[in-house]
Design a protein around this ligand. Structure first.
Ligand code: 5GP
Length: 190
């Protein structure tokens, strides 16, 4: 069995709405498994440890790297983010589609490690809309917003390497487009 075909990466600039779209996708299709990442960034608002992220200290995260407990990790705007092996391998081995919602460096690492994975790049409708969405979260400092906007431009420049591209204009439409990509991949011959 080709386990890698069960692996789907949704990536794109911070503020594009990756989490909102994948949340809508999971509401419609609870059989999909979304990985809970590890991070060293501070908790925001209502976020819960173990549900939104596994919040680790820098030494704890570095211990995970040393023990090869992560399938990929990246440093994003000064914090570590990474996908735990335990969130991926048992699921793809069981034939459960797994969705990783990660930034572009991690997406590239996943594609190198699992060439059979499908990478989906989520585009904001416009850069102005991306900035509006980042500001409307009301959780990041001006400096963090400026960092994320600069990073977004660099990320969009790398989007040609992705298997699929979807514009997040209307959340439900975007989620349905991603589900079509998953369905087609799973139905394709090995
Ligand atoms: P945020 O701080 O807004 O929650 O996340 C910042 C960025 O890190 C987002 O683009 C998010 O998708 C990405 N991210 C979240 N988890 C992971 C992960 O496990 N690995 C990588 N490479 N990026 C992640």
């Amino acid at each position: 069995m080709n386990e890698e075909k069960y692996l789907f990466v949704v990536s794109g600039p911070s503020g594009t709405g990756k989490d909102t779209v994948v949340h809508a996708l999971l509401e419609q299709h609870p059989e999909l498994h979304k990985t809970v990442s590890a991070t060293t960034r501070a908790r925001r608002g209502e976020e819960q440890d173990g549900r939104d992220y596994h919040f680790l200290t820098v030494p704890q995260f570095e211990a995970q790297i040393a023990q090869e407990g992560l399938v990929e990790h990246a440093c994003y705007c000064g914090n570590y983010y990474g996908t735990l092996k335990s969130e991926v391998e048992p699921f793809i081995q069981a034939g459960t589609p797994v969705i990783l919602v990660i930034e572009v460096q991690g997406a590239g690492n996943i594609k190198r490690l699992y060439p059979g994975a499908t990478t989906v790049f989520l585009m904001p409708p416009t850069m102005e809309e991306l900035e509006r969405r980042l500001r409307s979260r009301g959780t990041d400092s001006e400096q963090a917003i400026q960092n994320r906007l600069r990073r977004a431009e660099a990320e969009i420049a790398l989007s040609a390497d992705y298997d699929e591209h979807v514009v997040n204009d209307v959340v439900e439409t975007c989620a349905a487009e991603i589900y079509d990509i998953i369905r087609e991949k799973l139905a394709a011959p090995q």
